[in-house]
Ligand binder design. Structure first.
Ligand code: GAL
Length: 662
């Protein structure tokens, strides 16, 4: 990442050749270092099978290179041209209802289809042979937002066959698969793997174990699809990185596994939320969480491959970013660990689906308000960003993220509004409101640096993971388990030989006897003399060795434990038998903050975010006002102001950056 700090996603093929020099010079003058190119331009690069036209891209690289702009090349495999599809329509993906998703948008491809793989092998080999050692090319992005647009996965015959192979590799025999999936139920037993199908539309219901294995298989397929291309590129492009543009909490495959195959990860960051019912709502905590999540994938700084640069939308648009907001959003990524920011896109496009997904420049190409705001931002930030490359937040609290848990919760959410990320956000929001740095960590990582570890909705209990929890707590860690923990085997069958939370009972010091799903109602938790709303779920439990910290305020189980704490080894395990409303979450997090000795980066009014990044002896403190009103801030002593205006009040969408030497 040392090669670039700022950039733009650029599509020279959308513009006349006569404009390229102007663009390159404007980019240089803005202070940009890099562009991402070509990730959707297969037809332009190979208009006929085996007849490559790389000359225009050579020329674009040259023009940009003369202005000192480097390039990241995308492989265009998210948009196979019509001639490929016409040659073999079986490449088109099939959804769970059996409907073919046809050519005309993008991602009209099945990632397991062997004909498609042949086309990819031919194209990517020629592409990497030609551009791999180009002096202006510094790295690669394979495909685009893998997992996006394959929302319902692909259930075509090729994927079905791959699924069966995968199952055979996992279970060996049909009997083992029948046991793991509990196929006695509704007579779902298989005599042979050839009878197994993917979870397509059924007459009624499905099988949660099959559903979970299907998600695992699809996730493995995406990784293998990526590796298939990476293996072609790596030897042909020595010394260049491979990264990928991720989408925060997107759950289509295991980002933590992909991260192991990349030099660094990248994030696509669109805070505008044009696709939300309430696009004006403040999403700063959610955006912060996604950035912390992406940083956690490799536990190192990341880059932003697509950062919102203007008003966005496809058919329907979101709000126009207010003055200061685009710079603030860009700085938020840096405040959470981005070492590089690439804006999507250089210039608003005149054609196709994304005509209204605006860029740094409007359609006219004449710089306007957004361009000026972000140009000033680049000038301010460039020297600072260079110094702080590699700096990370302090390790204090972590949320343990597991795709298997996410998928299990998605398959059976219990309550219509219960979701894994929604649930973890109740903890994140409280930590974020307290300006306590949050990491995301994963089951196979070392958790020992964290004083507090929150494991949300830990449905599936793996004996190895239970032991890892034990060791973490014995050594002095504080673990928070939440409702519906330890209820299932990794196969997604219910645990029957122990009271819940089964293998986690000794840790939590409670037993769950019953539960209540809060449909169309709320309950309360009595916590330190106040009744706080809680949502969606109540575990009805008794203590074995834990102390009761909160009790249910209502229903037939009123007065029984709702939140407990169990001393264990040198640490403690908290069990929170519900989804806490924001006020309760804040109160509980403040108790945990004291117990674990967590330290906040500073205090400020609601809507102001404070984060710190550290490197060797230097630290940087970021203060971001996400509201359209002035806000008070109280900065701890000893910080030296680098950007912004000193004083007790931060203007709307204003920010400050401070630094300090230890
Ligand atoms: C991203 C994608 C880009 C562009 C952008 C705007 O998800 O990677 O290619 O489509 O959204 O829609």
């Amino acid at each position: 990442m040392k090669d670039f700090l700022f950039g733009a996603d650029y599509y020279p093929e959308h513009w006349p050749r006569s404009r390229w020099e102007t663009d390159a010079v404007m980019m240089r003058d803005m202070g940009l270092d890099v562009v991402r190119l070509a990730e959707f331009s297969w037809f332009k690069l190979e208009p006929e099978e085996g007849k490559f036209d790389f000359a225009w891209l050579d020329e674009a690289l040259e023009v940009l290179g003369r202005a000192g702009i480097k390039a990241i090349l995308g492989t265009p495999t998210a948009a196979p041209p019509a001639w490929i599809i016409a040659s073999d329509p079986s490449i088109e993906p099939v959804d769970s209802q059996g409907r073919v998703h046809h050519f005309g948008g993008r991602h009209h491809d099945c990632q397991s289809n062997q004909t498609y793989r042949k086309h990819i092998a031919r194209f990517v080999t020629a592409f990497a042979d030609h551009f791999g050692k180009n002096e202006h090319v510094i790295g690669w992005q394979i495909d685009n937002e893998l997992g996006n647009s394959h929302d319902d996965f692909c259930h075509c015959p090729s994927c079905q066959a791959r699924f069966r192979e995968w199952l055979k590799g996992k279970y060996g025999t049909a009997e083992a698969l029948n046991r793991a999936w509990g196929t006695e139920f509704w007579s779902q037993g298989y005599q042979d793997f050839s009878q197994v199908t993917s979870p397509m539309i059924t007459a009624t219901g499905g099988n949660p174990s099959r559903d979970l294995d299907w998600r695992r298989f699809c996730a493995d397929l995406v990784l293998e699809f990526h590796e298939f291309q990476a293996k072609i590129i790596r030897p042909r492009s020595p010394g260049r990185f491979i990264t990928h543009n991720l989408m925060g909490f997107c759950d289509k495959f295991r980002y933590d596994e992909l991260a192991k195959m990349l030099e660094f990860v990248s994030q696509d960051q669109y805070p505008g939320g044009h696709f939300r019912p309430n696009p004006s709502a403040d999403r700063s905590a959610e955006m912060a969480a996604e950035l912390d999540f992406v940083r956690g994938l490799k536990d190192q700084p990341f880059s932003v491959m697509e950062q919102q640069s203007s008003i966005t939308g496809w058919e329907i648009l979101g709000r126009a970013p207010k003055p200061g907001q685009l710079a603030l959003w860009s700085l938020q990524t840096v405040a959470h660990g981005a070492d590089a920011v690439i804006w999507f896109r250089w210039r608003s496009c005149a054609m196709g689906m994304e005509q209204y997904w605006h860029g740094l420049l409007p359609h006219s190409g004449i710089p306007g308000r957004n361009f000026e705001e972000l140009s000033a931002f680049v000038r301010q930030l460039k020297p600072l960003l260079r110094d702080m490359q590699g700096a990370m937040p302090e390790k204090q609290a972590a949320i343990l993220f597991s795709y298997d848990q996410e998928w299990a919760a998605r398959i059976q959410p219990h309550h219509p509004d219960l979701s894994y990320t929604g649930h973890l956000m109740s903890y994140y929001r409280a930590l974020h409101a307290r300006n306590i740095p949050v990491d995301f960590t994963f089951p196979d990582r070392d958790w020992s640096a964290y004083k507090l570890l929150i494991a949300p909705l830990w449905f599936l209990a793996d004996p190895g993971e239970n032991e890892k929890f034990r060791n973490y707590v014995k050594a002095g860690g504080t673990l928070v388990l939440t409702c519906r923990s330890g209820i299932k085997h990794p196969s997604n069958l219910c645990i029957t030989d122990l009271p819940l939370p089964a293998g986690l009972t000794d840790l939590a010091g409670i037993e769950v006897d019953e539960y209540d799903c809060l449909r169309d109602c709320e309950n309360t938790v009595l916590w330190e003399g106040h009744a706080y709303p809680c949502l969606k779920w109540c575990d009805i439990m008794h203590t074995v060795s834990a102390e009761v910290r909160g009790t249910w305020g209502g229903e037939f189980y009123a007065g029984t434990p709702a939140i407990t704490r169990n001393a264990y080894g040198s640490g403690a395990v908290w069990y929170v038998g519900t989804e806490m409303g924001d006020d309760l979450a804040l109160a509980v997090i403040q108790a945990l903050e004291k117990e674990c000795g967590l330290s906040s980066a500073g205090t400020a009014d609601k809507g102001v975010e404070i984060t710190v990044r550290r490197k060797e002896k230097s630290s940087w403190l970021f203060v971001l006002n996400h509201t359209d009103e002035s806000r008070s801030v109280d900065i701890p002593k000893g910080w030296h102001l680098l950007q912004g205006t000193e004083g007790p009040v931060l203007p709307p969408f204003g920010f400050r950056i401070y630094s300090k030497e230890k």
